[in-house]
Design a protein around this ligand. Structure first.
Ligand SMILES: Nc1nc2c(c(=O)[nH]1)N[C@H]1C(S)=C(S)[C@@H](COP(=O)(O)O)O[C@H]1N2
Ligand SMILES: [Mo]
Length: 559
């Protein structure tokens, strides 16, 4: 081989130097890929969280967990250094840590397949633990850190693959290019150091990587703007909500009867805390309604149309009542049911002001997002505590539960009565109007069916032989519960001890101690309403108007 040509070939030393340089450059791009992948995932997580629950943020959850776990000394030091900017400092610190780990995940991944993936999975798991440890978080938030980790991993793999197509993995230097007489013909076998390959600087592989990286970053930017806009709007409404002072009820509820709450581990609380209250609606994003601009219109078959603003509503004499609401989709034994203390103005008073015309038999209530429920006019005027609700368990309605105003009607499933974010009541006829769920396979009318549930022991539980205490809830809204019975292995029904309900509009707690010897048992519960009508034994699915059947648990009694 001609010496002139040979000088074009790198010596092993040059080769190595170039490899190192190329490796460093690839590491830098890989770090950028890690940053973009993880950053995009975190931003998408914030966006997803702001959609499912306006007050939830995985980043703030992790921040909160950090605040809760750092030793007091560190906390004091941070506050002494940053003062009132301590939250900002925390978020900044977190951003730095996340950025460093993200960049590291890119570098690890480019050097060793799945090394970066594992790092992201680990910090996804840390995020999940942080979210789960937050007492103020709803179940909606749980999937978010998982989503963040999965999206981060997918993006990282994709970007690193593109990077490696542009800058192929390190190759070992040819042992002795000179001696082997390496010529042009053999070059394709030995990987070329990327730094030297002019085609790589302009080639399609480079462009593909840069487009992928830039495109992902652009998606993150758009999602970030969207997330912060949503978060900002939610923050405004949250702020208004937190400053709201609820009026005192003109008609307070009589005190909760002594003994209404049975103390038994595992039994659902008599009054469901707001953050544990089930949530069902069709809203992809929680509607954010500013009470200052909220109005409620009464329209349709009325003598006088009415428009009510929030201040006027708050000035009305308020009634406070516990009412247990349930979803028609609640399976036998399910948890789509909850009991809260609602503060509101009776709907019948508003309707009396409007004056329903003869022939009207339904009120179509409409939410800001267009969702509708059809409630029998009678249920709103027969004297029961059907309320335009502003307060839930002593607080303004949570955003997810209809802030600033929703309807609550004792005795009817939510889909025909409990309109959240309500803005219109149209007095009409069932013959003229259909509500949201009616053409979708659900009955026009939905009175809640008498039912009961065993909370303890749980289905499938193992318990110690001896006296086993069973406990649960039973409901027959607006009629009240007369008795609750249990049977073991389809034997005779035995009457449980029934606590006094708060009112006939709420669920009642019950318990029964049964002596059980070792073995496997099937235990069933049934409730009978105060009018003597027992709950339906035959099993029926939730559609079209509510499940029936006995809740059954199997327990394993151990010696
Ligand atoms: N605006 C609106 N209100 C709604 C719904 C809805 O989809 N949109 N769902 C209803 C249903 S089906 C039920 S069971 C209750 C649930 O109320 P909660 O989420 O406060 O528990 O809200 C009702 N109100
Ligand atoms: Mo529902």
């Amino acid at each position: 081989m001609a010496p002139a040509l040979r000088t074009l070939e790198p010596s092993p030393q040059q080769w190595e130097a170039r490899q190192r340089q190329a490796g460093r450059r690839r590491d830098l791009w890989a770090a950028a890929a890690g940053l973009v992948a993880v950053g995009t995932a975190v931003v998408l997580g914030e966006l997803a969280a702001s959609l499912v629950s306006p007050t939830v943020s995985p980043v703030t959850a992790v921040g909160g967990a950090v605040i809760d776990t750092v030793p007091p000394g560190v906390k004091e030091w941070v506050i002494s250094v940053f003062g009132t900017a301590d939250k900002l400092a925390l978020l900044g610190g977190m951003a730095l840590v996340i950025a460093a780990l993200a960049a590291l995940s890119g570098v690890l991944e480019v050097r060793r397949r799945f090394a970066g993936v594992i790092l992201i999975a680990v910090f996804g798991a840390v995020g999940l633990v942080a979210v789960l440890s937050r007492a103020d978080l709803t179940a909606n938030a749980i999937p978010v850190p998982v989503l963040v980790a999965l999206v981060g991993i997918a993006l990282l793999r994709w970007l690193i693959r593109k990077l490696l197509e542009w800058q192929p993995p390190e190759a070992t230097a040819p042992a002795a290019p000179a001696e082997e007489g390496m010529g042009r013909g053999t070059t394709p076998q030995a990987p070329t150091p990327p730094a030297e390959d002019a085609a790589n600087e302009t080639g399609p592989a480079r462009r593909r990587f840069l487009v992928a990286l830039g495109g992902t970053a652009a998606v993150a930017a758009v999602a970030g703007v969207l997330a912060s806009t949503l978060r900002g709007a939610a923050a405004v409404v949250s702020d208004v909500r937190s400053k709201l002072v609820l009026p005192a009820p003109a008609a307070p509820e009589p005190p909760v009867p002594a003994g209404a709450e049975i103390r038994l581990a595992g039994l659902s609380p008599l009054v469901t805390p707001n953050r544990e209250f089930y949530r069902i609606d069709t809203a992809l994003r929680v509607p954010l309604v500013d009470p200052d601009t909220w109005t409620l219109k009464v329209t349709g078959l009325v003598e006088r149309e009415i428009e009510l603003d929030f201040a006027t509503l708050l000035a009305k004499p308020m009634t406070e009542r516990h009412v247990t609401i349930a979803c028609v989709s609640n399976e036998v034994g399910g948890d789509l049911i909850g009991n809260a203390r609602w503060l509101g103005w009776p709907v019948r008073e508003l309707l009396a002001m409007a004056g329903p015309k003869a022939g009207a038999d339904m009120v179509l209530s409409r939410s800001t997002d267009g969702w509708t429920a059809g409630t029998p006019l009678e249920a709103l005027t027969d004297g029961r505590d059907a309320l335009l609700v502003v307060g839930m368990n002593g607080e303004p309605l949570p955003l997810e539960h209809g802030f600033p105003v929703r309807m609550i009607v004792p005795g009817l499933y939510g889909y025909v009565s409990a309109t959240k974010w309500v803005t219109e009541l149209k007095v009409t006829r069932y013959a003229y109007d259909v509500a949201y769920w009616t053409p979708r396979g659900w009955s026009e009318r939905g009175p809640i069916k008498t039912s009961s549930r065993i909370d303890v022991p749980r289905d499938g539980a193992s318990v110690q032989a001896g006296t086993v205490v069973f406990g649960g809830v039973a409901w027959a809204q607006h009629t009240g519960i007369g008795k609750v019975e249990l049977r073991v292995n389809r034997g005779d029904w035995r009457q449980a001890e029934l606590a006094p309900g708060i009112s006939k509009d709420t669920w009642y707690q019950w318990k029964l101690a049964l002596p059980l010897t070792p073995g496997r048992y099937e235990v069933q519960v049934r409730a009978t309403a105060l009018d003597g009508v027992p709950q339906v034994e035959e099993s029926a699915p939730v559609a079209p108007n509510g499940a029936t059947g006995y809740h059954t648990v199997r327990v394993d009694v151990k010696s």
